[in-house]
Design a protein around this ligand. Structure first.
Ligand SMILES: Cc1ncc(COP(=O)(O)O)c(C=O)c1O
Length: 390
């Protein structure tokens, strides 16, 4: 969370005084946010969910992904990306990231099989994937593309909004994201069929509350991942804050990147510096020891820095339910065991994405913050120069 305060409090006060905190009604806060977020991204549909994980799952259901399918996910992402694939009944296939710390289009090609149905490019730590190349691979092999923009809310790629480039996009609004309502998420799409199926997954009874959505032929047993009005209200205020915060972080990142490169550091590849979120700056080192020395020199100077390898459940080797083939709460529902996946199943090994492990061990990320003053940016810049000098 970057900023939250009086504006959100007063919006919530008004909402609670009205007593209307259930989402369905006439043009309430959730309806308004869904419409505004879809407009902001330039997509036709947005559905609020309870979390980013639920957004990924409901989008996959909307896309018709299920047993018998493989879905390619990157080796560096929060494990929810891969777990959502299992929730939909499909098999996650893990592919390497490249020097942008995001899904490698070349490795996607290497991991394709006749069962590959979709890819999930993840815009990690606000860094956009190489969407031109990934979209081309997807087109050539007739694959669906679900963008995981949970860590890149509001970011763009070459003038397009992240989450709006693939067939569907998923966002998280949890506490750590660019805008937050505590916990929350949304999936977006411009395809009516994805929206319709996904909506049933979001709310098993959405058509009851919203008769305009009635689709008898589409009904299946869904869940309840619907948002509530307080969350919608907070998000409507947070949305006002988003652009200004990202603009600041983008500018800070550019200045600090320049300082680092001037000091002889190698930047990670930034696929779209002009449009990305600017939430993290990244440098590459010849080996892990050099990366750790740089990070600890910055930490000594009270500048936040970390190796992506150290971020726990964000590296595939730490995705226990996958590495241990624990795909569901019941064996009869477990995608790793069901007959429909007999040909789609794969084996997971700790060294199956060695290229990623090497990249994640040799890079250092520095988080930006919109409240950093010019003085603070200058201090970080000086710390980067000093740490680079060794
Ligand atoms: C890349 C990525 N995907 C998915 C998620 C899941 O989002 P949530 O925590 O809202 O379920 C997260 C959350 O941290 C994430 O970072």
């Amino acid at each position: 969370m970057y900023r939250i305060g009086e504006l959100e409090i007063s919006r919530l006060r008004t909402l609670f005084e009205s007593g209307k905190i259930f989402r369905y009604g006439q043009g309430g806060e959730c309806d308004r946010f869904e419409q505004r977020w879809a407009e902001h991204l330039g997509v036709a549909h947005c559905r609020l969910t309870r979390s980013g994980t639920a957004a990924l799952y409901t989008a996959l259901v909307g896309m018709g992904v299920g047993p018998g399918d493989q879905v390619i996910v990157p080796a560096y992402t929060y494990m929810a990306t891969a777990l959502a694939v299992l929730s939909a009944g499909a098999i996650p296939v893990i592919a390497d990231v490249d020097s942008s710390l995001t899904l490698s289009p070349q490795d996607v090609k290497r991991r394709l099989t006749p069962h590959t149905r979709a890819i999930i490019p993840v815009h990690m730590v606000g860094l956009p994937c190489d969407m031109d190349s990934l979209t081309q691979v997807a087109r050539e092999h007739d694959l669906l593309v679900l963008e995981d923009a949970c860590q890149a809310v509001g970011g763009g790629y070459k003038g397009k909004m992240l989450g709006a480039i693939g067939h569907a996009g998923a966002f998280s609004f949890n506490f750590y994201k660019n805008i937050t309502c505590g916990e929350g998420g949304a999936f977006v799409t411009s395809e009516q069929a994805i929206c319709d199926r996904g909506s049933v997954a979001v709310d098993c009874c959405s058509f009851y509350w919203n008769p305009a959505e009635e689709r008898e032929e589409l009904q299946f047993a869904g869940h309840n991942f619907r948002a509530s009005e307080p969350e919608g209200a907070i998000l409507n205020v947070q949305l006002q804050r988003l652009e200004g915060m990202l603009a600041k972080m983008r500018a800070h990142k550019k200045a600090l990147l320049e300082a680092g490169v001037d000091a002889g550091l190698e930047s990670i590849r930034n696929n779209s510096l002009e449009y990305e979120c600017g939430t993290h700056l990244g440098f590459f080192f010849p080996d892990e020891a050099a990366a750790r020395a740089f990070a600890s020199a910055l930490q000594t100077q009270k500048v936040g820095a970390f190796l992506p390898m150290d971020t726990g459940r964000h590296v595939y080797t730490r995705w226990d339910p996958i590495m241990r083939y624990q795909g569901a709460h019941h064996p009869a529902l477990d995608p790793f065991k069901i007959p429909a996946n007999a040909e789609a199943r794969i084996e997971y090994q700790v060294d199956m994405c060695q290229v990623s492990l090497d990249i994640l061990n040799r890079s250092v990320l520095l988080p930006m913050h919109p409240d950093n003053t010019q003085k603070r940016v200058d201090e970080i810049s000086a710390a980067i120069r000093q740490a680079a000098a060794g």
